[in-house]
Ligand binder design. Sequence first.
Ligand SMILES: [Zn+2]
Length: 481
Amino acid sequence: MLMKALYDNTPLRPNPSQPRKDRQPVTASCYLCSKTFNNSDVLRHGEHVLQNAIGGALICDDILCEACGGRLGTSVDGAFAEAIAPLTALLQTPRDRGSQAQAKVQLRTSDPNAKELESIGFLLKNDFTVVPTRPVMVPDHSAKVARIVASSLQQANQFKRSRPIQDLLTRGYTVEVSDNAAAYAERLLLTARPGAPEILRGILKIAIGFASLHGVQRRYLAHLMSHTDLTTSPSQLRSLIIPYYPVDDVERLFETEKHVHEDWYPTHHVYLFSHGRDLYCYVELFGVLQNYVHLSDAYDGPQLIEKFVQKAEKWHFNENAFIARSPSDLDILAKEFGVPQNQTWEQIQAQVLHRAASRSYRLEPDETIEKVQALALLLAQYARLPNPEGFECVREMFAKAEAAKTQLGLRLLDDLKANPLHVVNLLNKNYSEFRIGNPRASRPAQAFQVSAPDVERYVSYKFYELLRAKGREAELEYQLL
Ligand SMILES: [Zn+2]
């Protein structure tokens, strides 16, 4: 029965007879303390290469030891989770454990009775409830109603016993209680700090983890950490981590209204690549935070291009296909997912489910490249139509190109219209250089040349794009610090 479930009924899984080869052999030691794993005092840690707080689906158990994994969980991941909450609270981010994300917001209201709400802090949860940090009363004197908003109904009822409310009750007011201030919010302001050290350290950890997973030796990464922690120096972090900017026309086109054409938007991307002696890791989180991490300028190992792409939001996962119904089922599943069998049935089953769920979030990195190429060639095809504006799909494509021109300086459509032979350039282009470039035209080196105001404008646009994708641009606003 299980065999049927495994092999016939799970179209999202890769062909089980050809397991994904997604890593090179690595030296079995911890990248932080450099101790070799054993079964006594240096134990392997089941590490989320992308953090659990952002729904990371890439798990690896031979890059960090238990002690270091736990230590970085506290020193890097905890602060990262809090700093990234303005993004995760907006999204249905899948997590293995831990409470749901909540982000601090300020509220703006047009209700003159509710103006006091503007002076207190709120938490936005990812079910879009807006919870005040302390109870507050919103009076409506003409209707003789006092509305209490608090973090819970219990707290609201306690507050009801306070002197000012009791006074209103004796004057014939009715009291209503609520634990959600969303109804008063004309607009919510979320403060995001994409360049905060907590965010940058989280990104650095992803890059180091991904590089270690792909066999990059510790000596190339050692300057980024001590034996007990990743660097905490804000200036080192800022010099290592370069904000992404689309410097190529095809990337400008792709990064304009990405949510419309990118399947599964928002997604997480991690690309590890070398240009000569430079080793970089591109890290994109929720389609919004896009950065290059310059891991080394003295890399002399094998040339590298390794990619990982995953969905960033919850979607349906069919658990039943991965439940063992007999010992032989369990044995097959454990082997399939590389789960050690010297544990109880429940432990093996739990790990199998966890790994199966993680795998179901994976996306094929080449699909992004195919999408990029299709977009560019579609624009080329449309640009040559005799009466292009007569078609809805063409008008949409041209509007996208126009927006990319205004915001990011796209020249592609003008070039195509001016010179039909420009299509040949597009046909000959190497699309696998998307976000990577080549040693002579390294995208990180080019992005590094972009002025700070241009980068800031681009980052603001990305946050706005996410709000539009979630249909929240009318009520939510990001303040970027
Ligand atoms: Zn260690």
